[in-house]
Design a protein around this ligand. Structure first.
Ligand code: NOJ
Length: 531
């Protein structure tokens, strides 16, 4: 039942790179494509198969490159088209595939289409975006975006009307109802595929269709935000189906992975079940958002909730929804701070523990750059140090409500996207590569183990020992092999009898271990042959 198809991405380990902070190749202190090329050997040794490059196109960079002003040009900070072609070629020579992050829900407000659309109502690009007039007494509707905490409309004086942007005012939404827009997008997608890339990660693809007529949020709506009116609308499926057909007809091997935050498991079926011909992979955030409160506030979470969420999505494999597994990204708190423990005693141990949980699971895996180095969050003291536009929106919105600066900063230090976006400290990687006990070397062992063990790649998943609330435990079963993954997610000892789980595989984050207890943050993998 599990993963009947064998598509190239099904068992891939994808490595996500936020280019600007990965590796500087030309000495200007900005990460770039030649920097990525120079680290291909490092990535090969890490055992990854695919690179996901966060947006590398021309952009004013108001939102980390997720505001594209020319889809056909490489951001000069990152290099040239020649560098991109070299990267694709050299990566392929090393059997590494390249997928590009493509932002097609919106453009930058500096994109020539938008500049023209703002100039006059008769611009040929006017209908590429969503403009609405009002009598001046109110906005076109009452939508507030949960991302910016602000109305989704900005006034355009030249044409005396408003344009819609579900992210910042620098990111006007494209009008997907317009066939010409869709055709432009397909042209862009094919342009890069022709250059040899292997697929896409589509930014916020579940938001490209808005509720028909852009209706007001009604009084019965419990949330102050209108996200449900611009997410997962019926038409989104029509557009994705069309995109799928357009692209896969010419490039049948291309991966279409969509960022689909806020989806239910049922909606995931609609997006990725093979019979639907829409996306191949989804990215959902339920498990990483379990501690996400209102306006960036931190919410309590429990290991039980985390386990249940991860397992719920794992189980969807049986329903044709192949899991995509990640615990970190360019939008998230550093993984070891999020779910591990950065106390010096546990920092490395807990980072390894998380690697065991993650890389033992079924699905396409995504490692976010630097998680293999157990990187921590930033320690900024004042709001001026933050560069993330979302952190500033949260800060301003909460300040307006009269909140104390220090309270807001405390939350930002934890949730700010700057945490995942500061330059990779390569000297740390250097050091770790010389230390056989380091987190980096542990990652290499576990990716190798994953690839050599069919039960980890193909096996079904079954949670075990559910009553142990602090233990993340599951089994992978394939033919006559049972792989057991056990991980203590706390600083306390957990006593359990592990004698029945078979032989030790060597994947364990402590040198010495007992068959009857798991030390703080201890994780290990057993293998049992039953036939
Ligand atoms: C999701 C991306 O991951 C995030 O970084 C970006 O700010 C928004 N989409 C808007 O493009």
């Amino acid at each position: 039942m599990f993963c009947k198809q064998n598509r190239w991405w099904d068992h891939a380990i994808i490595y996500e790179i936020y280019t600007k902070s990965f590796r500087d190749g030309n000495g200007d202190n900005i990460g770039d494509l030649t920097g990525v090329i120079s680290r291909l050997d490092y990535l090969c040794k890490l055992g990854i198969d695919t690179i996901w490059l966060c947006p590398v196109f021309l952009s004013p960079f108001k939102d980390g490159g997720y505001d594209i002003s020319d889809y056909y040009k490489i951001n000069p900070d990152f290099g040239t088209m020649d560098d991109m072609e070299k990267l694709i070629k050299k990566a392929h020579q090393k059997n590494i595939k390249i997928i590009l992050d493509m932002v097609i829900n919106h453009t930058s407000n500096q994109h020539p289409w938008f500049l023209s659309a703002c100039q006059s109502k008769s611009s040929p690009y006017r209908d590429y975006y969503i403009f609405r007039e009002t009598d001046g007494s109110s906005l076109p509707n009452n939508w507030i975006s949960s991302k910016t905490l602000e109305p989704v409309w900005t006034y355009n004086p030249k044409t005396n009307d408003y344009y819609l942007h579900i992210y910042t005012k620098y990111q006007p939404d494209l009008n997907w109802d317009n066939k010409e827009v869709r055709e432009e997008i397909y042209k862009i997608l094919k342009f890069w595929l022709k250059k040899g890339i292997d697929g896409y990660r589509f930014d916020v693809i579940n938001k490209i269709a808005k509720a028909e007529g852009l209706p007001n949020l009604s009084e019965e709506d419990v949330s102050p935000y209108a996200d449900h009116l611009f997410e997962n609308q019926e038409m989104v499926h029509e557009y994705i189906k069309e995109l799928n057909k357009e692209i896969l007809t010419d490039y049948p091997e291309a991966l279409l992975m969509g960022q689909t935050s806020g989806i239910t498991t049922g909606q995931a079926v609609d997006y990725v079940h093979p019979s639907r011909n829409e996306l191949h992979l989804y990215l959902q955030f339920e498990h990483v958002d379990i501690d996400k409160g209102h306006e960036g506030r931190h919410k309590d979470w429990s290991i039980k909730e985390f386990k249940e969420s991860v397992m719920k999505w794992q189980m969807m494999a049986d329903k044709g929804v192949w899991p995509t597994v990640f615990f970190g990204s360019h939008d998230l708190t550093r993984m070891v701070e999020h779910f591990g423990n950065i106390h010096p005693e546990y920092h490395s141990i807990s980072a390894k523990m998380l690697a065991v949980i993650q890389l033992g699971l079924a699905g396409t895996q995504i490692i976010y750059m630097g998680d293999e180095l157990a990187l921590k969050n930033v320690e900024y003291k004042s709001i001026g140090e933050f560069t993330d536009i979302r952190s500033h929106s949260i800060y301003q919105a909460r300040l307006k409500k009269g909140e104390v600066k220090e309270e807001i900063l405390k939350d930002l230090r934890f949730i700010s996207r700057d945490n995942a976006r500061y330059p990779i400290p390569w000297e740390r990687a250097e050091r770790m590569s010389r230390d056989n006990t380091s987190v980096l070397e542990f990652y290499k062992r576990i990716t190798e183990f994953r690839k050599s063990e069919p039960a980890v790649l193909f096996g079904s998943v079954r949670p075990i020992l559910d009553n142990e609330k602090d233990l993340f435990a599951y089994q992978r079963n394939y033919r006559h092999i049972i792989i057991t993954v056990l991980a203590n997610m706390t600083g306390d000892i957990i006593r359990i009898d592990m004698t029945g789980y078979g032989i030790e595989t060597g994947i364990c984050n402590y040198e010495q271990s007992s068959k009857y207890e798991l030390k703080p943050y201890e994780a290990r993998i057993y293998k049992l042959e039953t036939g």
